[in-house]
Design a protein around this ligand. Sequence first.
Ligand code: ZN
Length: 309
Amino acid sequence: MLRIVPVFLLLLASLPASGNEKLVALTFDDGPRPYVLFGQSGAPGLIHVLDQAHVNATFFVMGWRLTPRTWGDHRFETNIGINCVDAVRALVKRGDEIEDHTYSHVQLETAEKSKGEAWVIHDIQHGAELIEAVSGRRPVYVRPPDWILPEDARHDLEQRGYHILTIKGPAPVPLRDINSLDYLCAGLRPVHCPKPSLSASVLRQIELREKKGIYTHILAFHELSTTTTMLPELITDLRARGYRFVTIREYMKLVGPHSITAQNDRPHLRDVSHSTSAPLGLLHPLGELPHPPKGEAYEPLSLPAAGKM
Ligand SMILES: [Zn+2]
C-alpha cells in the first residue's frame, strides 16, 4: 500500500487544474514530402510512426506540391516513386487533416509590399483550392510561412472564413503555436539543434506552460526525417503525462475559442505572454537561415521550375 501514495500524487500532479482534458495537436509544415512520409533507405516514414502510435496529425501543406506528378524539391529531396498528390491521399485515408501553408511559401509581408494584398490572398486561396481538389475538403486553418502575415490580409482572410494560426498575442496562449525548432535539427551539421535533444526541448516548453496551468498545446513541426526519428519518444513521453493527441479541428472544437473564453476567467491564462522558449534570434527560420542546411531542407524558399516537375 505504501507504493500507492506516490503514484497517486504523481497522477494528481499531472491533472490539468481545470479538470479539462490534456491535449496535444501534432502539426507538420512544408509537405507533403513523400520521402519523409513513407521513409527511405529502410528508415521508417512519418506515416508508419503515426500508425504505430495510433495518432492522427494535421499537415500544413504547400499548394505547389499538389500540382500533377510533383514529388518534391529536386535539390534536397529523393524521388521514392510516390508523388505528393498520392501522399496527401494516403494521409486523408488514415484520418489526418490537410490544412493550408500557402501555395508559394514565400514571406507574405515582403510579397504584399512588392505584389499587393490581392496577391497574398490569392496565394492562400490557391493553396486551399488545390488541397480541396485532392483531399475533398476545403482547408479552414492557415499557417503563414514564418507566422508572418500583414494585418490587412489577416483581416480579409478571417472575413472569408479562414482561421490564421499564430505564435504570439493577442490570441490566448492555448491557441498559439509552440515552435518546436525542429528545423534547427535538419541537415548534416545541425549546430543549433536544441540540447540535449529536440524531444527534451519540446517537453521543456510544455512543462513551462503546465506550470502556468496550460495543458493544451499545438506543436508546430516540419516534415523532416530528423523530426520523424524523434517522434516516437516524444509521443511516448506525452502519453505518459496523460496527453491525448488530436487533429487541429478537434483541438479547436475542444479548446477554443468558446472554451478559451471560459478559461480566460482563470488568471493564469492572462499572465502568459510568450508561449515559446525559443531563442529570439531563432524564432524566424526564413529570416535567420536564408540557406537551407545541406542534406535536407526545412523549407524551400522558392518554387522549383514547373518544367522540372
Ligand atoms: Zn513553412
